[in-house]
Write a protein that binds this ligand. Structure first.
Ligand code: PHE
Length: 336
């Protein structure tokens, strides 16, 4: 019997020690003190069977076990209560850091680009996103049946034959109509196209348009300007190349590639083992475009380029999916 008492005492100690929280402590209480099946009351019941001469010793041991167990339960419950009450009042706990806002990756690239071009003497002009056919297409030398005007590409608005600009080239016309050359303008903003959302395409995205009009401007000025900003934005070790291309508003036109930023030109999966990444469209402003805004192409010439800001952010920050840039999940934005 004495042995049973000692064993119950040990079991009680370990049960109570591993009990966490009020519910588990209460379970221990029921297991040892419950009226029906409590282990300690059961021991008291067995006291009847103990021989007379041992009754005193065993009775004492049992009383001791009961008192000690009751005390231990009370103490552990009390500790729980004080911990709970004190917790919210503990002025020594470190404060919770408020969440800080972060600049969006596209904004970071835009700001860096603006800084580079402002240093080169350019003015910033975002221009309107809602446009007329004249500024988005006609003055830029798009023929009336040019495929870019197709419903597939352009969002037309219901009112006044307005549309959402499909590129930032509208700012070329707006600036050249308002200001006399010489002109240097950088224009960053949203553009819209009826494209499906994929890893690399979104119906709304961001472009930067740069253009310059002055006397004696030739393609060497364009090349030098592009090389300068690409190297500053992506790294001075990168090479650049121009490939002949076509845009209605530039002649000649060139597609511009830079060395793949992931393999630095060696060839990898991202650049399909070419070592190059296509990053912008450019060219010398078409004489007809200058005539359309009343600038004499025999006196003035200029260059222009259009650059995808979302794509630049994806390349610079290694973001594989353009959706990431439009979902604006704080957990993602916090990384930049
Ligand atoms: N507007 C053209 C596009 O969106 C890019 C471009 C701009 C090309 C300026 C040449 C000159 O694809």
């Amino acid at each position: 019997m004495l042995e049973d008492i000692q064993q119950t005492a040990r079991a009680f100690d370990s049960d109570l020690a591993s009990a966490n929280g009020a519910r588990e402590i209460d379970e221990v209480r029921v297991r040892y003190f419950g009226r029906k099946a409590g282990l300690i009351p059961a021991l008291f019941t067995r006291l009847k069977e103990v021989p007379k001469e041992q009754k005193r010793e065993i009775g004492d041991a049992l009383n001791k076990l009961r008192d000690r167990a009751e005390e231990a339960l009370k103490e552990k419950t009390a500790r729980l209560v004080t911990e709970k009450v004190e917790h919210p009042l503990d002025v020594t706990l470190p404060g919770r850091a408020p969440r800080l806002g972060h600049l969006h990756p596209t904004t970071l690239v835009r700001r860096e680009l603006e800084e580079i071009f402002v240093e080169m003497g350019y003015s910033l002009d975002p221009g309107p996103e809602v446009e007329t056919d004249w500024y988005n297409f006609e003055a830029l030398n798009f023929t009336p049946d040019h495929p870019a005007r197709d419903m597939q590409d352009t969002f037309f608005l219901d009112v006044d034959q307005l549309l959402l600009r499909t590129h930032t080239s509208n700012v070329q016309i707006r600036s050249m109509e308002r200001f006399k050359p010489p002109l240097r303008v950088l224009s960053c903003g949203r553009v819209y196209r009826r494209d499906e959302i994929t890893m690399r395409k979104s119906p709304v995205f961001h472009q930067a348009e740069g253009f310059l009009v002055d006397k004696g401007i030739h393609i060497g000025h364009l090349r030098a300007t592009l090389e300068q900003f690409i190297k500053r934005l992506f790294g001075s070790d990168l090479a650049m190349r121009m490939r002949p291309s076509y845009f209605p508003f530039t002649e000649p036109s060139a597609e511009v590639d830079m060395s793949c930023v992931f393999c630095r030109g060696k060839g990898c999966n991202t650049c399909s083992f070419t070592g190059w990444m296509e990053i912008l469209g450019s060219g010398m402003i078409h004489p007809q475009v200058l005539r359309n805004v009343g600038i004499d192409p025999d006196v003035w010439s200029g260059f222009a380029f259009g650059f995808g800001l979302d794509r630049a952010a994806m390349i610079k920050y290694d973001i594989p999916n353009i959706r990431t840039l439009f979902e604006n999940d704080v957990r993602v934005l916090q990384q930049f």
